[in-house]
Design a protein around this ligand. Structure first.
Ligand SMILES: C[S@@+](CC[C@H](N)C(=O)[O-])C[C@H]1O[C@@H](n2cnc3c(N)ncnc32)[C@H](O)[C@@H]1O
Length: 282
């Protein structure tokens, strides 16, 4: 793990280090070309409430200028063989795409699609996906562990079809590398992995990204950790991790979820009980 000379509050050990501070400030202290994989799920500028911090800029330009600063820093911190995954809302992703494609190769424009049984738009087509860009610095030299992320090939093998384009003809394979439309459930209140955060990303989504684009012992960075899903999955898969989160409530989730501390400022860190778990059953 790289060494830091930072006066920003941080906790961790030789394999994982998390910072309680501002992404731009911490990012600028990370050595250049030191990180293998960066996953960024920033505020989307759509008005979410992150523990009292409003996710809304005065004008779109302010939001984009702020994003361009951390995108540039991420690129600077990434190894020449590194991979960069970045999310934002559908309306801002075209700007990200135009900005990043001048600096990196965008290999995949991924759609994370999900269903919703909640309130639906009635006068337009509701938004049921979030875009993700998968980018690399060097399109000839990057990690992609296809064998570790195979999914079921739903057609072909199941129907016992034969691929006559092969010589000799062969049965279709029953596994394939996922395409760029990903179908993972959003994290909902009753799910085991749920934490108290408005935009928690699912473990399954981060598993695909981390397994595909890093190897054991590699360094993964997430500058906007929220519930620290990225760090949790990195640890489970023996990757090193650096995380940044500005809000203390979420930083405490990170300390607990990554097993770094059981106490913070005298407070015992435990997962918030769900309302149905605290009801007295007679
Ligand atoms: C979209 S959420 C990330 C959710 C996360 N991927 C997860 O799975 O839980 C963005 C997070 O960035 C944090 N944040 C906002 N501004 C920040 C800043 N300047 N520096 C660091 N973190 C920031 C917010 O508090 C919020 O938790």
């Amino acid at each position: 793990m790289i060494q830091f000379n930072s006066n920003i509050e941080s906790h961790g050990n030789e394999h994982q280090r998390i910072f309680h501070g501002d992404a731009l400030e911490v990012l600028s202290q990370i050595p250049d070309e030191s990180v293998d994989l960066i996953f960024v799920d920033p505020p989307y500028n759509i008005g979410k409430d992150f523990a009292g911090r409003k996710d809304k800029w005065k004008a779109d330009e302010y939001y984009l200028n702020w994003c361009y600063q951390w995108i540039d820093l991420c690129i600077q911190k990434l190894k020449p063989t590194g991979a960069f995954y970045v999310m934002t809302s559908t309306q801002f992703m075209p700007y990200f795409d135009l900005f990043i494609r001048q600096k990196m190769t965008i290999l995949s424009r991924i759609v994370w699609a999900y269903d919703s049984s909640g309130v639906q738009a009635k006068r337009y087509f509701g938004s049921l996906y979030e875009p993700i860009l998968f980018c690399v610095k060097d399109k000839e030299n990057y990690t992609f562990n296809a064998d570790d992320i195979m999914v079921e090939a739903k057609t072909g093998a199941k129907r016992k079809l034969i691929d006559y384009r092969k010589n000799p003809p062969q049965p279709y394979k029953n596994e394939k590398v996922p395409g760029n439309v990903w179908d993972f459930c959003r994290v909902r209140y009753r799910m085991e992995e749920y934490e108290n955060h408005p935009t928690q990303k699912p473990v399954s989504l981060l598993e695909r990204i981390i397994k595909a684009s890093s190897n054991e012992g590699d360094l993964v960075l997430d500058p906007f950790c929220g519930t620290f899903t990225t760090g949790f999955v990195a640890k489970e898969n023996n990757r090193d991790f650096i995380g940044i989160e500005i809000q203390e409530d979420y930083y405490k989730i990170g300390l607990r979820r990554l097993g770094i501390a059981t106490e913070y400022k005298g407070e015992y860190l435990e997962k918030e009980k769900k309302s149905y778990e605290t009801k007295n059953i007679i």
